[in-house]
Design a protein around this ligand. Structure first.
Ligand SMILES: *[C@@H]1O[C@H](CO)[C@@H](O)[C@H](O)[C@H]1NC(C)=O
Ligand SMILES: *[C@@H]1O[C@H](CO)[C@@H](O)[C@H](O)[C@H]1NC(C)=O
Length: 278
């Protein structure tokens, strides 16, 4: 039986039906290859809990190479993304840092360039609805993932809500996982792992558990660590993960599609996800 949690557990009601541990990942399927250098790395996603004006198929994309990344492209669905025809182009009021953005409940959440400020940009009103500093978070190259790219603050969405994956000087570079209030961006609760953020290629959250990927370049790498916020414990894993294009700059879980969305060397790819029963 599990040992007592070292952090307060989530209420059981927050562990939704169908949740479980990651047991398997499919091979990457490429949906689009970016056609200019600004798309060598980037972030793309669908809203797992969409609200009007946009539906569940709406697909968002930010090419993240450059110092003033502000263009957010919207496509009606995956087919339109493949064809390269955006139906919406939004100019964000402030530049985006890196590949940590997510879309959730009708807002784009992102880190403002060269700051620890998080912004919630409402996609319906096309304006900033909330802004808040992520307390003590390293930014702009203090605690990136192993590939660099100013990936200090990585936002994530799972079945249970909105998360930030980052580090602080107090945590000495170890991964800190915080649950955020999606309206106000306030930190509701934090967990500190024993894994150095710079030692892993990327991380994502499924069902309240953090997973890390070992390499961003090795074609045949693994998801090699998990940290459960329910138990407050981490453990080693070895689930095969393929970096088919050998330069993976973004990995996010989409709980509605039960897939990982990833950006691997110009390619926008998805991976099917299989969860075990608990
Ligand atoms: C996972 O892989 C990274 C990169 O190779 C390594 O630094 C880390 O120690 C590994 N973690 C575990 C738990 O094996
Ligand atoms: C490479 O990946 C396959 C599955 O895709 C796995 O069976 C194999 O063990 C992996 N090899 C190494 C060296 O990790």
């Amino acid at each position: 039986s599990p040992s007592p949690p070292s952090s307060p557990s989530l209420p059981p009601s927050l562990s939704p039906p169908g949740c479980g541990e990651l047991v398997w990942l499919g091979e990457p399927e490429s949906h689009r290859k970016a056609d200019s250098i600004s798309g060598k790395y980037g972030v793309w996603m669908q809203d797992p809990e969409p609200v009007p004006l946009y539906g569940p198929e709406m697909t968002w994309r930010l090419d993240a190479v450059g110092s003033a990344v502000r263009q957010l492209f919207g496509y009606e669905d995956l087919k339109q993304l493949s064809r390269g025809f955006p139906s919406k182009v939004l100019l964000l009021p402030e530049s985006v840092e890196s590949t940590g953005a997510v879309v959730y409940r009708g807002s784009l959440y992102y880190q403002r360039r060269k700051s620890r400020t998080l912004l919630r940009y409402d996609l319906r009103t096309e304006s900033v609805a909330a802004r808040r500093e992520l307390p003590h978070a390293g930014f702009h190259g203090q605690y990136p993932y192993s590939w660099g790219g100013y990936t200090d603050i990585d936002l994530a969405v799972d079945e249970t809500g909105l998360w930030a994956i980052y580090s602080t000087s107090k945590a000495k570079g170890a991964i800190v996982l915080s649950r955020l209030d999606p309206d106000s961006l306030e930190v509701l609760h934090s967990w500190e792992t024993s894994v150095r953020k710079q030692s892993v290629a990327n991380a994502f959250v499924i069902c309240g558990t953090l997973y890390t990927v070992a390499s961003y370049t090795m074609p045949n790498t693994t998801v090699n660590y998990s940290y459960s916020t329910e138990s407050g414990h981490g453990r080693a894993l070895s689930i095969p993960f393929l970096n088919r294009y050998r330069y993976n700059s973004m990995i996010d879980y989409n709980p509605a599609r039960r897939q990982l969305f990833s950006w691997d060397n110009y390619h926008m790819v998805t991976y099917d996800v299989r969860l075990g029963t608990v």
